[in-house]
Design a protein around this ligand. Structure first.
Ligand SMILES: [Fe+2]
Ligand SMILES: [Fe+2]
Length: 296
């Protein structure tokens, strides 16, 4: 009897797998693709309800790599609105070499760079539209809120784009992040807040709230290029929407930390640790368990 009630307790929890920073680099990436198959097989065998991929699907902003990810998600049954959510990372939207060549050869006006960035972001949202709006022909963009009703729990995924365009002085490596004021405002409006009532709310973005460095001056200089510029404004919105958890990637380390009572989980990098992922078990109320899992 005791065992039966324990099983019931476990199965009523919602299981979310979180991976990040896949950095695919073309079809020749066979080992990497095989590792992805293995992980997705494991997620199915393990009863994962929803998969979150928090950006940097591609290494060089090549839509061909988005295709590879989409095909794998489809073949493993994850390419459905209620089963998977993907976000763009800086490596999906910014090709550093191209940006620099364009800047040096044509025109130093940043407005041209911003146009190409906006186009790339639109291309990404269109490409993964089915996972954003549930409709292949939809037209939703970031931010979006996905509310999924599980039998035991209603979860809300509030997804934001934190990739900030490349600028030679302000974002020289393209890896600094920022969330536009428009996105932050859109999540704070009354009808969105009302729709989140009774949900377990998770915030999603690519960039880390906190970049863990060391006391070394070289590391500190590096941290500056990786940071989320307006993290305090982001934190205010997270509090307003009553987010309990935030899932992100970018800073290729598996780590968890808490800021003002909100748990942040860094999903590390599938590219560098293809056998590792973060597992979340969400229960009723604000109850959750998080574990970094390593497959044998
Ligand atoms: Fe990355
Ligand atoms: Fe990144």
């Amino acid at each position: 009897m005791k065992t039966a009630s324990l099983i019931k307790l476990i199965t009523t929890k919602v299981k979310i797998a979180h991976i990040s920073d896949l950095h695919f680099s073309g079809k020749k990436d066979r080992r990497h693709l095989a590792d992805f198959d293995r992980l997705l097989d494991h997620f199915n065998a393990d009863g994962v309800n929803h998969l979150v991929i928090s950006g940097d699907l591609s290494n060089n902003a090549d839509p061909g790599d988005w295709h590879l990810v989409k095909d794998k998600l489809k073949s493993h049954g994850f390419y459905h609105w209620e089963r998977c959510t993907v976000l763009p990372g800086n490596h999906d939207l910014i090709n550093l070499e191209e940006e620099m060549r364009f800047y040096n050869a044509l025109n130093p006006l940043s407005v041209f760079g911003k146009w190409s960035f906006d186009r790339k972001l639109a291309e990404f949202t269109l490409f993964f539209q089915e996972l954003i709006s549930g409709d292949e022909k939809g037209d939703k963009a970031f931010p979006f809120v996905k509310i999924i009703n599980f039998s035991s729990l209603k979860i809300a995924l509030a997804a934001l784009n934190s990739v900030y365009p490349w600028y030679p002085a302000d974002n020289p490596l393209g890896s600094r992040g920022s969330i536009t004021p428009g996105q932050l405002r859109a999540l704070s409006v009354e009808h969105v807040l009302a729709s989140l009532k009774g949900c377990f709310v998770l915030g999603l973005c690519h960039h880390a709230y906190r970049v863990y460095g060391t006391d070394s001056l070289i590391d500190q200089a590096f941290d500056w290029t990786m940071e989320l510029k307006n993290r305090e404004e982001f934190l205010e919105v997270l509090k307003r929407i009553k987010a309990k958890l935030v899932l992100h990637g970018h800073f290729h380390r598996f780590q968890s930390y808490t800021v003002d009572g909100i748990a942040f989980i860094n999903g590390g990098s599938f590219r560098y640790s293809p056998q590792c992922y973060s597992e979340l078990l969400l229960g009723e109320g604000s109850d959750f368990e998080q574990t970094f899992i390593t497959l044998p």
